[in-house]
Design a binder for this molecule. Structure first.
Ligand SMILES: [Zn+2]
Length: 149
């Protein structure tokens, strides 16, 4: 399993559009930008709604459960900071509560080979420093219907 403890991550720098997302993550909450005109969630944050072009946008809390929409496995150590974790899975997650909004993260606590499109994941918060906490993901328990009960 990847040794993330030895990785010194590049730290995201919030801007006027992304600051509410990072402030929420610091509080252990996942909040995404939502259009107040049409209800569309979008991520990353943007100046206008990508569906209806409204500028009436607010951040709203969402639950952290979702599915892996896409993934890639990193085998190369081009960025030496990540070398201790190679190979690792970078995943794109579609949240149940915000269809269409896609979050990027790493699959933590599991072998990279566990990353599969459609697998259930849930958000976990990885504190990088006093300012930035990174929403990441781990495998979630299978839905009751998938347990073969
Ligand atoms: Zn809209």
């Amino acid at each position: 399993m990847s040794d993330w403890s030895a990785v010194t991550r590049p730290v995201p720098v919030p801007n006027e559009w992304t600051r509410p997302f990072w402030d929420a993550a610091k509080r252990g909450s996942l909040e995404l930008q939502r259009c107040q005109a049409c209800g569309h969630f979008q991520h990353p944050p943007y100046a206008t709604c990508t569906k209806c072009v409204s500028v009436d946008l607010k951040f709203e809390p969402v639950t952290g459960g979702g599915t892996i929409y896409a993934y890639t496995v990193m085998y190369h150590t081009g960025d030496k900071r990540f070398a201790p974790a190679v190979p690792y899975a970078s995943i794109i997650v579609e949240l149940d509560a915000a269809p269409g909004a896609l979050l990027a993260g790493n699959l933590l606590g599991a072998e990279y080979t566990e990353a599969k499109v459609g697998r259930r994941v849930e958000v976990v918060f990885e504190k990088l420093n006093d300012e930035i906490t990174l929403p990441q993901f781990r495998l979630a328990d299978a839905k009751p219907a998938e347990r073969g009960a």
